[in-house]
Each structure stands twice: as structure tokens, then as C-alpha cells.
Design a protein around this ligand. Sequence first.
Ligand code: N01
Length: 582
Amino acid sequence: MAASSALTGQDSQPIDALIVGAGFAGMYMLHKLRGLGLNSKVVEAGSGVGGTWYWNRYPGARVDIQSLEYSFGFDEGLESEWRWSERYAPQPELLRYAEHVADRFDLKRDITFNTRVAAAHWDDAAHVWNVKTEQGEAMRCRHLILATGCLSIPTDVTFPGIDTYKGDIYRTSRWPHEGVDFSGMRVGIIGTGSSAIQSIPIIASQADHLTVFQRTPNYSMPAHNGPIPDADFEAWAKDPRAYRAASKDTVGGFQNEANDALATDTAPDAIKAELERRWAWGGFRILGAFADTSIDPEANRIVQEFVAGKIREQVSDPAVADLLTPKDHPFGTKRPCVDTGYYATFNRPNVELVNLRAEPLVGFTPDGIETSAKKHEFDAVVLATGFDAMTGAIDRIDLRGVGGRRIKDHWAEGPRTYLGLMVAGFPNLFTITGPGSPSVLTNMINSIEQHVEWVADCLVSLKQRQQTSIEASAEAEAAWCRHVAEAVTPSLLPQANSWYMGANVPGKPRMFMPYAGGLNTYTEICNQVAAKDYEGFIIRQGDRVLSDSRQFTSHPPQGEIPEKLLPIIVERLTAAGLMPAE
Ligand code: N01
């Protein structure tokens, strides 16, 4: 198959690997490959490193996994010289950390900034990727590694009349580097996801008046942020290696005191005590309270009611508290938010909540926003309207594999991958934390480390054996997609209209994109696949097929499933056609 015409004609020697994106994934990938003697470069759309933490500079932006765990563990020197100031580091500190990593490992000399990849076409004759940037540069590489982030491309959402609006519009995900001071302003914000929930308390404290336009409320837990308690730091510092290993050996890639007990088997007083203890601890801790809340609707309702009670405790107007209480999705089926003072912000006299379900948004006017009930005047409007998650940054690239097949066509019914790492028909293309991997259901840094190390081992293996290409087989890809469905179907996760499901982007196929089987299970599967000589992959030397292991037979370890939950699980798997009916 000849190379597609648009991107041919380069004479230069291909580099070993081109990495797209200089967030945490791209930086570690570069460092790792460099250390292995592979000639690698990075292209990055922004003017600096940091990815998520480079772009999302809105007020209040901070991590929702504790910083002791949301940081690299691959280098003991890096680990020991960095001290986080707070349990949940704020965005400026995370960006400083990213800069520190780049400087410490001298990464910037191999990163081209302000450059966005527009197209990448596989040349089946030369076994290279021909890459073109929006800036007009052409590059050739043997391996193309997309470290483009799961939440990096904002949705295309727009509103009638938005171009007529005379005030300033800010997107949380594209916040001005110089910051924004809302003092004395009338501000409107659209959206009540994590970005809005973090920024609303701070904008409210600056602005004269803040109007929050809510379509769907979300669950949010208090961060109880502050300096890292000495006891926590000491537990970590005693043996960071063991601490990190323990974090990685969990479902979510962070330590969350997972409890085996079932809420439906626990006495009400004991349930309350457990939920109160976890609420007081803060953040995601409440997610691990009981083993059945993610599966059994009755158990989930117990936690929903507890959180609804907490919202009522914090919001003085019962009608506002009721509006802020989610009713359309089970607890934990959208990524819950972690806040600092979110609910109490609605007690401020300068904050107003507009329920867009009752008074739909009509559009923008030159002076502000119009709903079916009223015209609101604003000096500035903030859009916290979310991302084209998991696939947006990948399928916006004109990516073509064997025979010129476009990734958009391959993914027309939802993203299909093998292990969330590779796509059938797209040789030597790797996705870091791609769809089909645990990624956004986990502590991203631990998922990134696992992926980067797996990919690096794979490239070393190819090089040592003088192999030219590796490609997921169609059979293994299909088997993995089925397993991804099997992993999520027993849970309540598919019941929410979440961005995990692609539900926030009109026309996007509905499919649960991340792998819900847990980071620990997933890591074991990836290791088994590699140990079985890259089972499920087709490996070539030139045009000659060396190893054609099309099947994926590695089986995830079976955890203990409480007997009481088995009927629910069997019923859901059977209804989804993933288990034969008796
Ligand atoms: O985006 P979202 P986000 N009219 O999609 C609303 C991560 N993150 O940027 O739900 C009116 O959650 C939309 O309403 P609805 C985290 O994983 C992490 O806040 O579609 N409203 C929703 O309320 C998170 O889950 C942190 O009805 C419209 C909001 O906009 C993910 O990023 C911080 C609308 C979008 O919420 C995404 O969070 C921030 C319209 N036309 C983000 N279109 C940390 O804490 C959309 N909305 C680490």
C-alpha cells in the first residue's frame, strides 16, 4: 500500500518516536524513551508543558486526588526533592511541578511548542507515520504516541447570539494566563460540573453578583483541603515505594480504604457512622464506603440520601438546596466533584441559581443571557461547559491507518481499541490513557506511569528483535471491547448521561469509554499480554509477519463477588447480551 498522497515526499530519516502532547504523559514518555536510547521528540500545542494544568487556569482549579499520590513515582530523586504544600495542590503549584519535571530531566530541548498535529498518515510501504502540523511542518516517525489527554478538547457547544454579546467570555479550559479579576462585575457562569464547582466560590467572592446557570446538578464532596497532615506525610515518607505500590494495586489507582461490607447488610446507625467518618475525611473517600453502592440501586440510594442531607445542611434556602441535589443519576456514576465551599456559596446574597430545566436558556443578547423567563445582564460570562472527552483530541487529528482508513470511520460507532493502547489497522500508533483503558476512572498519574512503561517495554522488545511494526489484531480488539463492556455492565455507571458515555456531545455514539475493571486488574492483564509475547498483536519485520497472535486470551483475575450481588450482575450481563440466558 502506497503512502497517502497528502503527506509524502519527505526525505528526512524517520525518528523512532513522535509523542503528541507535553502533559505528564508526554513528558514521562519522552524521558523514558530517551533513557532507552530511542530518538524521540514531542510536539505540543501550548507554549509550555503541563497539559491539563497548563490550560485549565480558572480560579480554584486544583487536583481531586491527594497530591502525595497524584505525582510521579518513577524517580526517587524527583520524589524526595518535591514537597506539596496542600492535600490537593492548586493549579499553579501543579504547573510549577510540571515545569520542574521538564527542567530536571532537560526535556524542553526535544519539545516543539505552539505546534498542533493536524494529520498523521501511515505509510505501509515505508512502515512510518508521516505527520503534518497545523503550522505546516512535516515529520516522519516509526512510532506515533498520542499523549493528548482525555479532557483536553472543549466541546463545540455554542449559543444563539453569542457573537453579539459585548462583554467578555471566558472558557474555564482556556483561561487567560494573566488571570481575570471579576471585582465589581456582574458575572454569569454556564455549567455546574467540576470546573464550575471549583471556580464558583472564588468568582462569587470577587464579583458584585454571580448568576449560576444550572442544567443538571452534580454530587460534590468537601475537599477539607489544607496543609498535608503530618501523620499522612509521615506514612508516605516512611516508604514512598511501598506507598505507591499500594496505590497502584487498587481499582482507582489511589488509596481509598475500600470496604467489603454491603450497605444493604449494615445497620442504619453503622451506615451513618461510616458515611459521616468518610465525609469528614473528605474527597473521594465516601466512594469506598460500601461494596454494593456501585452495583445495587438500593445501596446507592442510601448514599444519595446521605449526600442530599449534607447539601441541605449547607444550603440555608431549602428550595435552592433541592435544586442543587442530583436526582437524575445514581451517586458515583458521573465523576463526583471535590469542592471547597461550593454549596455554602449559594447562601451569599450576591449569588443566584437559575434552573435551566425550568427556564431554558434562549441565547445571548448584546448585554448578557436570556432565558425563557428573564434577560440577565452581565459584564462577563464564564463557560464551564465541558470536554469532548477521551476521543476528542484523537479524532480531531486526520489520522489514517492501513489503506488510508480514517480513525473517525473506525470509531464511527464508538472508540474501539485493544487494551486502550492500540487500534487495529493503525500499526505503531499508541494512545496513552486511551479509550478502553482505566484512565479517567483512576488517578491519572498512576495510569500514565503504567501505560508509558508498558509502551516503552514494547518498543524496546521490537527494537531488540529488529521488528518493524506492532498492530492490534481485529480479533483481539473485538475481544477487548467486549471485555470493556463486561467490566462496566454489572455496575450502575452506564445509567448516567455522563461524558464517560459520550452523552455530553450531540451525535457522539453512546458507549462507556473507560475500562471499569480497575487499574490493578488492568495492569495484570497488560503484563500477561506482554509476557505472552504480545498476545493479540500482529508483529512484522518489514512486510513479513513474524508473530500473528490474533487472540486475546489473558483472563482478568476474578475477585470475590458478594453472593447477594450476583443476581443483579447476571441480570444486567444477560440483558446486555454478554451472558447467555439460562
Ligand atoms: O465539565 P462537565 P467540567 N447549556 O462536562 C453544562 C475533570 N475535572 O469541565 O450536565 C447549559 O462535568 C453541563 O450541563 P449538563 C473531571 O473529571 C477535574 O466541569 O450537560 N449547560 C455541565 O453542568 C470532570 O468530570 C477537576 O446538563 C450546559 C457543565 O456544563 C471533567 O473534567 C476539575 C450546556 C459541564 O460539566 C469535566 O468537568 C475540573 C448547555 N448548552 C474538571 N452544555 C478536578 O478537580 C454543557 N453544559 C481535578
